[in-house]
Design a protein around this ligand. Sequence first.
Ligand code: HEC
Length: 84
Amino acid sequence: MGSAFAGKDGSDTPDFATLQKSYAFLLTREPPAATYAQWDGFLQQGLTAAKASDKAGLQASCKGCHKAHRDAYKVDPTVPKTFP
Ligand code: HEC
């Protein structure tokens, strides 16, 4: 999702439509809440922000989720790692 967030034309404006698709996709493949307690919340937040073209809200979703779930995700083969 990094390239979509950076903007496809180098304009520094996120590609909100693509990000919206990525979030919607991820919401259909959520990992177990027992391990990823805040995963769903960050995805809901990000989807809302992508729909609203809210860059700051998106960034909060990206950063929050990375900080909260990085370690578990790295060693987990079951979560999706490629998106639209
Ligand atoms: C629901 C949780 C979640 C959300 C929301 C999220 N990410 Fe991630 N992302 C992760 C996890 C977990 C990793 C793995 C972190 C690591 O390996 O350090 C990751 C890794 C990445 C990477 C590293 C490349 C890779 O494939 O390993 C990039 C770039 C990235 N995310 C971009 C974004 C951007 C941009 C957003 C917001 C538009 C975002 N992510 C939102 C969970 C999330």
